[in-house]
Design a protein around this ligand. Structure first.
Ligand code: SAM
Length: 223
């Protein structure tokens, strides 16, 4: 019986981002921030480095390098592992890393720029960036429509946005805090399409020679 109830709960939550998200109260924001402040000490699960050959990095480089010497925002940057890789891989790129956790941001050092902010209220002017991305962070934003609108707002027309996150169809495969949400391809495509001209999504694996298992999706948009 307990198993049945758990299955029903999972099915209800699957893909239901807009319908069943909890209210983003100051108390919940504080709990999320505290949880990641504590997690910053866990280098195994929240690493500060990434292998630049990983497909998640290659996709960002492929999308952003053609923009010239782009100004790029890493939204929910954690310890800045992606931003460090991109700064090394894209000539002239300037990376601004934002996150709610000061303990995570403590790992973000020059030439990367650090900014303490929630993605639901980004303190940047409209169109300031040529590109923005969020890797496994949008799933923690709770107010997902506001976060997506903010990410789109700070990118100039013609710029690029990439979201890499988990697939709602695989909900239940990992233990998750109560505020976390995963996304279906269509629901995040629809949110991005509110502000972007072209939106597409694709499954992505860690390595180019490994077939994606569907757990991770990449949404790619032109502002
Ligand atoms: C799983 S970590 C991913 C970090 C990084 N993107 C990476 O891939 O290494 C999620 C990050 O999102 C941040 N985060 C959670 N809610 C946020 C919010 N509302 N605005 C900005 N960052 C947030 C957390 O502090 C944490 O650093």
């Amino acid at each position: 019986m307990a198993l049945l109830h758990s299955l029903i709960r999972r099915l209800r939550r699957r893909g239901a981002v807009l319908k069943d998200a909890p209210p983003l109260t100051p108390g919940l924001e504080r709990r999320i921030r505290q949880s990641f402040d504590e997690a910053a000490g866990d280098e195994e699960h929240f690493p500060s480095t990434i292998d630049p050959r990983m497909e998640h990095v290659r996709l960002l480089v492929r999308e952003f390098a053609p923009l010239g010497s782009p100004r790029i925002a890493d939204i929910g940057c954690g310890k800045g592992r992606f931003a460090r890789a991109l700064a090394a891989e894209i000539p002239g790129a300037r990376l601004v890393c934002s996150d709610v956790s000061l303990n995570m941001l403590a790992h973000v050092r020059p030439p990367l720029h650090a900014c303490a902010a929630s993605m639901t209220a980004l303190p940047f002017g409209g169109g300031l960036f040529d590109a923005a991305y969020a890797t496994e962070s949008l799933e923690h934003a709770v107010d997902i429509p506001s976060a997506v609108a903010q990410i789109c707002r700070i990118v100039r027309p013609g710029g690029r946005i990439v979201i890499i996150d988990k697939n709602a169809e695989h909900w239940g495969r990992l233990k998750t805090p109560e505020w976390e949400r995963w996304f279906s391809r269509t629901e995040l495509e629809a949110l991005l399409a509110r502000s972007c001209r072209q939106v597409r999504s694709q499954p992505i694996s860690y390595w180019a020679d490994v077939e994606p298992d569907g757990m991770f999706l990449a949404w790619i948009a032109e502002r």
